[in-house]
Ligand binder design. Structure first.
Ligand code: DX5
Ligand code: ZN
Length: 220
């Protein structure tokens, strides 16, 4: 199974963003964390900034919306050309309608679940999404520790995806290092977000390669 490594620019230098995007050009996608200080207690950037990232990035954008009212904002990210737009299940009452709208606009549609959110209701809806993001930390901040107790959700998702023959990407986000990526890959993840472990490295390209090789060796 192919694996993808998506560095999160939350850990980049915001005043040297173009330089830092250059350092991760060997990655698969660039993970862009949008936070509104309501859904999570932190604030990052919005459509104007992400639009500029889209202009200069050489790899596709994987936008992770940690915001309230995603119905209002998510379509704008599809509109500006994001390859993938992921919103939180906890923030909307109709995830299927929003996913359909995003797909119609040409983006991949993703649904994200906080560590405490049950996966069961979404297993039945898997065909409606191109990606499911299982948060492996509480959303809001980089540099937190991976929560292994979220792994049963991945195992359930992988089993259901295999059984139904769906090519849905299973993403993990939070605390991914060369150690925890083994646990996540073995549980069934194929798409790995890594913020601090990539950008704190002296050689981000080498770190991306190491994460990719490690995940591939342990993936299904
Ligand atoms: C956290 C964000 C993550 C964050 C991960 O709410 O969604 O994408 O950047 O950072 P690390 O890899 O440092 O845990
Ligand atoms: Zn994220």
């Amino acid at each position: 199974m192919p694996v993808r490594i998506n560095p999160s620019i939350l850990a980049a230098d915001f005043v040297n963003l173009e330089r830092d995007l250059g350092r991760i050009s060997s990655a698969d996608l660039v993970h862009v964390d949008v936070m509104d200080n309501h859904f999570v207690p932190n604030l990052t950037f919005g459509p104007q900034m992400v639009g500029r990232v889209q202009d200069v990035a050489t790899i596709p954008l994987d936008v992770h919306l940690m915001i309230e009212n995603p119905e209002r904002w998510a379509p704008g990210y599809a509109e500006l050309g994001a390859f993938s737009v992921t919103f939180h299940a906890e923030a909307t009452s109709d995830p299927v309608a929003l996913a359909r709208q995003l797909r119609q606009m040409g983006a991949r549609a993703g649904v994200a679940l906080k560590p405490g959110t049950d996966i069961e209701p979404y297993l039945e809806l898997l065909a409606e999404f191109d990606q499911v993001l299982v948060m492996t930390v509480e959303p809001g901040f980089g540099g937190q520790s991976f929560m292994p107790e979220t792994m049963p959700k991945l195992r359930m998702l992988r089993e259901r995806a295999l059984k139904s023959g769906l090519d849905v990407w299973l993403q993990v986000d939070g605390g991914i290092t060369e150690e925890t990526i083994v646990t996540a890959a073995e549980a069934g993840a194929d798409t790995f977000v890594a913020g601090s472990s990539v950008f704190a490295s002296e050689d981000p390209a080498a770190r991306i390669a190491l994460l990719r090789e490690t995940a591939a060796r342990h993936s299904h």
